[in-house]
Design a protein around this ligand. Structure first.
Ligand code: GLU
Length: 472
């Protein structure tokens, strides 16, 4: 399916933490490369000096690593086309700016932000889409030189050739056609000398040998600009694929409305990386297998033809589904390791394995292991209010009978419950709820036979006594 020469990339700007939309973009690119032993590259697009931060960069790397993604080339991994931080690539870009300017394909623009804003307003008022009016495109060479010599601040604009169509085959959305007459001349170098996104992003993809760019559909309109730029420089363009954005349940863009759905937040809530990866992989891509898969298994099934063009809806219930799957796939000792130290200390060493087996079905987040350690091993069990009500309703006689049955050392919970049933005449809920409430402090939880086995006769006795005494 995928050619072995595939090189994909993730090119985040370190202006914030990794949110689910970006994480999915990274994942799709990683899967496409992994699919046939290609290369996945990480490039840091930190040209916006104001908004880029070192801590965001460290956070992005941490989040990608936590998700289990690896990149064979790029930031932190090295490679022949480095440096892989755009802020360190000024020299690489310098020659291309010059070539474009010398060929007349780019020109200095002296328009101030205020002039540009006024021009945009006027165009909007006239019902036209705002684009650069071309003021500085018409300056004579003498005027340009004079203003540059005077030290006027200038950006560098790419001169878009008029009257042409840019066509390309989007690997997700099919044939695309744009008229260059709808595209205004655009800035490729800011007044402070830093490269603008259109430029450094496209140039780096090309120079770094990227073959496929999968990115959000919000970049679709940028693609014709970037292709024109690469064409002007005689550089090959990668294949582009624009994936649908993730939207919230009400259809609004996820990154804006639910901006807090960050990978870091999910990790802190106790989501496992396998859950997040399996959820994201299915958000806009259909897989044949619906069970929890490792990254390389997902990669084997990854297929550009299965990427959806329609918006992908964020569904927290689905994310929880994958969390459940990921938790049940964890071996017992790995699940144990997820437990906070204070909770670990409550569980006697010889009961660790049994404890994990007892509660795992009832745990969605590792933090809940603490809750169950407390419930099952606390010397003084605090009953939840509903459990306390049930205990009170069952009454002293019920627990006296249960204690007598226990004296006969029943073999297991079944024998114990049958004994209590025979002694009290209670059955069904009236039998099981008070036992569950007294032994676990709660009305919901692991199967009773497991709880009974884990507690052992002494603790069962103490808890039944406590329930009886509560009724005195
Ligand atoms: N740095 C850009 C962004 O984060 C990259 C866009 C792209 O993938 O081309 O939006």
């Amino acid at each position: 399916m995928c050619a072995s020469t595939v090189k994909t990339r993730f090119a985040p700007s370190p202006t914030g933490r990794l949110h689910l939309g970006n994480a999915r973009t990274a994942l799709f690119n990683a899967l496409l490369a992994l699919c046939e032993g290609g290369v996945f590259l990480l490039r840091i697009e930190d040209t916006d000096r104001e908004r880029s931060r070192e801590e965001f960069l460290a956070g992005l790397v941490q989040d990608l690593q936590w998700l289990g993604m690896t990149w064979q080339e790029g930031y932190g991994s090295g490679g022949e086309e480095g440096p892989y931080r755009q802020s360190l690539r000024a020299e690489v870009y310098g020659g291309d700016f010059e070539r474009l300017a010398e060929a007349g394909q780019a020109y200095p623009c002296f328009c101030t932000p205020r002039e540009l804003e006024l021009s945009r307003k006027a165009q909007r008022a006239a019902g036209r889409p705002p684009r650069y009016a071309g003021t500085c495109a018409r300056l004579s060479q003498d005027e340009r030189d004079a203003r540059l010599a005077r030290g006027d601040a200038a950006t560098l604009r790419f001169r878009v050739p008029p009257g042409r169509s840019v066509v390309f085959d989007d690997v997700v959305r099919g044939a695309q056609r744009f008229s260059t007459d709808d595209i205004g001349d655009f800035i490729i170098r800011r007044a402070d000398g830093s490269p603008a996104f259109f430029f450094s992003n496209a140039l780096d993809d090309s120079r770094m040998g990227v073959t496929h760019v999968l990115r959000g559909e919000d970049h679709l309109a940028n693609t014709p600009r970037q292709m024109l730029l690469l064409e002007a420089l005689g550089q090959p363009a990668p294949a582009y694929g624009h994936i649908s954005l993730i939207v919230g349940e009400d259809g609004s863009p996820l990154s804006k409305r639910l901006g807090s759905v960050g990978v870091q937040e999910l990790r802190e809530q106790g989501y496992l990386p396998a859950a997040v990866v399996n959820y994201l992989a299915r958000l806009g891509h259909a897989f044949l297998q619906n069970d929890l898969l490792e990254l390389d298994a997902l990669a084997r099934q990854f297929d550009l033809a299965r990427l959806a063009g329609a918006p992908a809806r964020f569904d927290p219930a689905q994310l929880r589904h994958w969390q459940r799957e990921a938790i049940s796939a964890l071996p017992p000792d790995a699940l144990w390791e997820q437990m906070p130290e204070a909770a670990k200390a409550m569980v006697p060493p010889d009961q660790q394995a049994l404890f994990v087996e007892t509660v795992r079905e009832n745990v969605l987040f590792p933090g809940e292991l603490s809750h169950w350690a407390e419930r099952l091993f606390a010397e003084e069990l605090a009953l939840e209010p509903e459990a306390a009500e049930i205990v009170a309703a069952a009454g002293q006689v019920f627990f006296d009978a249960a204690l007598q049955v226990l004296d006969a050392a029943p073999e297991d919970f079944k024998a114990f419950a049958n004994g209590v049933k025979a002694a009290t005449g209670k059955k069904g809920k009236a039998l099981f709820q008070p036992l569950r409430a007294a032994l676990s402090g709660s009305l919901n939880g692991p199967e009773m036979w497991r709880i009974y086995q884990l507690l052992g006769p002494d603790r069962v006795r103490r808890r039944l006594e406590a329930a009886r005494n509560a009724n005195e």
